[in-house]
Structure formats: structure tokens, C-alpha cells
Design a protein around this ligand. Structure first.
Ligand code: 6IA
Length: 215
């Protein structure tokens, strides 16, 4: 069991969050976690400031409402990548986060990744699928890939988006996923999540940083 150490608040805002029951902790591997007063994990990463921001977002969601409902025009179209032939176990999570992003006003070009493909009867050839997906990555302002389920297609898309199309890329994975070293060991941003609400916060944080030009 890894030990965690509470991080002391250093600003009046952090102190107020601390007094309200929010906790930011660091473990022996210098990983940073935040929990809300109900003990629900709301941040897991490596940035102390982002952990406090996640607490603030959790406490005062209305403060972040405007930014959420009106994404900056430069980050409007997202490409979401998730396993198809690699296995569909995570499909409900893909569907959940795609709907969440759409409700926030983003256009998700690849929304089919979250749908029940078996019943959609998509009749395209492999080359048509490839050409359309590559075109969408080129058109997207950013790419978010769930890499929990290993998938050749998602790995290809992540590398293409990062190195060929030169798009901002976020990889997300469930905390217990055994993510390939070719993703976990690469320069691509990889954030882990525990459950759907935590995934929302993680994606929100990354998009907020991206729009603020801080990535
Ligand atoms: O290797 P995978 O199949 O797991 O690759 C998944 C990734 O490649 C996803 O992020 C998709 O964007 C893309 N992709 C792979 N296959 C398809 C597809 N096939 N349609 C759209 N995108 C795809 C349709 C076949 C289906 C009816 C079973």
C-alpha cells in the first residue's frame, strides 16, 4: 500500500478549499491526487496546481460554466479514438465521454466510436474507413484517445495525430489498464482515470489547459 502525504495549502484559495474538506495528496512516487469532501477522487496526475484547480472546479462548477459552454473557436472539433476491433469492453465509457463532450458544445467527428457498431451495419471498405478517419484527424483541433483497451487502430491514430498531423493529443486510460510502453513510455500525454466522473474532470482539465495555451 503506497503512503500518501497531504499537501499543505499555500494560497488563500487553497486554504479555503482545504477548510471545505478538499485534500491534495502526494504519494511516494510523487504522483498527485485530490479528493473532494465526500472522498471522491477528482484528480490524479503530476501537477500540483492542476490538482487544486480540479478542487476549485469541483467546488464551484458555475465559475467554469462559461468556458465549458463556449469552447474557444480554435478547440471546437475533437477526434475521439477508442478500440473497435481491439475489443468493445469500454464502449459504454466511450459513449459516455463523447456525449459529455457534445453537451459541452464540442463537435466529436468520430462519434461512431461510442456507438453500437454491430447494429449500425457500416458497409465501408477498410480503405474508405482509413481515409475518412485520417481526414477527420487532419480536420480536428485535438485528439482524445482512450487507450484502456489495446488497439492497433488507436495506436496508429495517436502516432499519426501527434507526429504527422501535429495535433494536441491526450491519451486516457483506466487506472488498472496495462497500457503499452509505446504509449506510456512516449512523449504523449497520458492521464489515468478511475470512473466516468473522474474522466470528465480529467478531460475538462486538459481542454482548459489547451485553450489557455498552457500545453
Ligand atoms: O484497431 P481498431 O479497430 O481497434 O481501431 C479503432 C480505431 O480505428 C478507432 O479509433 C476508429 O476511429 C478507427 N476505426 C477502426 N475501424 C473502424 C471502423 N470500422 N469504422 C470507423 N473507424 C474505425 C467499422 C467496422 C465495424 C462496423 C465493425
Amino acid at each position: 500500500m503506497t503512503k500518501t502525504y497531504n499537501q499543505s495549502p499555500t494560497t488563500p484559495e487553497q486554504l479555503s478549499l482545504f477548510d471545505a474538506g478538499y485534500r491534495v495528496m502526494r504519494d511516494e512516487n510523487r504522483k498527485i491526487f485530490a479528493r473532494n469532501p465526500e472522498g471522491i477522487p477528482i484528480y490524479n496526475g503530476d501537477n500540483l496546481q492542476a490538482a487544486w484547480t480540479a478542487c476549485d472546479m469541483n467546488r464551484f462548477p458555475e465559475k467554469y460554466q462559461v468556458a465549458r459552454q463556449q469552447p474557444a473557436p480554435t478547440i471546437q472539433k475533437l477526434y475521439f479514438a477508442g478500440s473497435i476491433r481491439g475489443g468493445r469492453e469500454m464502449q459504454p465509457m466511450y459513449s459516455y465521454i463523447i456525449k459529455y463532450l457534445q453537451n459541452r458544445g464540442y463537435e466529436v467527428l468520430s462519434e461512431h466510436v461510442g456507438s453500437d457498431l454491430d447494429s449500425s451495419g457500416e458497409q465501408r471498405s477498410a480503405n474508405e474507413i482509413y481515409m475518412r478517419d485520417i481526414m477527420w484527424i487532419n480536420e480536428a483541433d485535438a485528439v482524445i484517445a482512450d487507450v484502456t483497451t489495446p488497439s492497433l487502430g488507436v495506436g496508429y491514430e495517436v502516432a499519426y495525430a501527434q507526429f504527422v498531423a501535429k495535433k494536441p493529443v491526450l491519451c486516457v486510460a483506466q487506472i488498472q489498464a496495462n497500457v503499452s510502453a509505446m504509449i506510456a513510455g512516449s512523449s504523449v500525454k497520458l492521464l489515468q482515470y478511475e470512473h466516468s466522473e473522474h474522466l470528465e474532470t480529467t478531460v475538462d482539465w486538459w481542454l482548459m489547459k489547451l485553450k489557455a495555451g498552457e500545453l
